[in-house]
Design a protein around this ligand. Sequence first.
Ligand code: SAH
Ligand code: SF4
Length: 348
Amino acid sequence: MLAETKMIDLHDLTLDALTAVCQTWGYSAYHAEQIWAGLYGEGVTAVSQFTNLREDLQEKLAEHTTLTSLQQQVAIDSSDGLTRKFLLALADGQTIETVLMQFKGRWTACVSTQVGCAMGCVFCATGQMGFTRHLAPGEIVGQILFVNRALAENGESLRNIVFMGMGEPLHNYDHTMTAIDILTDHKGLAIAPKHITLSTVGVVPGILRLAEEERPFRLAVSLHGATDEDRQKLVPPARRWPLAELMDACRTYTKARNRHIFFEWTLIEDENDTPEQAHALGQLLQTVDSHVNLIPLNPTLGYNGRPTQRPQVKQFQAILAEYGIPSTVRQRRGIDIAAGCGQLKATQ
Ligand code: SAH
Ligand code: SF4
């Protein structure tokens, strides 16, 4: 007996996977490309909207497939107009946040990969809410299609994508990589991999997989502590993957891919911003090709810490420079609408 067949979400499929599906139905790669052009060229939002397909293929799609639909619940702009946060509802009623940020006239989308997060970093609003579920590839790609439409309304376009929204992308490895393959496909949205940055809390098996696969996006690893003891206080997964293992994985990655890694460090006053900690970080990164992004703590309801003050941030940077390590202080964006790093939580 045939099992009941599940509807296929076309946004979950890479072009190769879509081609395979078409072939099982007796259609060719050419037909898959027509569907692909509808999805990522014309931006159809319902299976009934394809205009370029044979009638029998159109019927097949109507019978067996759906498209991801993300419904806007809320859109809020920051007071300076440079950040826009969207609360989007998924088909099962769960909600996620996607943020658009403007830097020097260009837009960056910060996308989510999970509803909530299982990693539990103490200063992160997403961590504070716990884990609900992984996003499907189409739900990740759908966020980009959504912001593309929002930008197009004002004649603007997207330049960069950062996987720094809700969730830990390497905990949802396969779906995140499928989404990246879809986003970067030359025949589709064709987003350049160098315009994509993926940030991980330091999931070692995921970093080792990335080292073996050729996807030339940029990798960022969140550290926040340069000794296991310091790091474990802030980042629970540090117990599972001690720094020695994490740094080994990072070295494997930089060597295999011949790329540097961005290390992120949320600066919390009197917690991880002392000169000793800056020296410890400098020493830790001696043998990795690295760049440090410093993020003064953004407020969240569940954590009482304060952001490091400017003079101490400068001093931290100066110490890293002694070790030859370049660093950048992340611009504060969207704090008034809780759209800054670590403030994302799927509520209004
Ligand atoms: N899960 C991934 C990506 C999402 S978080 C990761 O942890 O890397 C993106 C960045 O924001 C991470 O570096 C994270 O540590 C940082 N962050 C989390 N909460 C923050 C907060 N309250 N203030 C500043 N940065 C924060
Ligand atoms: Fe998850 Fe990243 Fe937040 Fe940690 S900082 S809880 S890994 S989203």
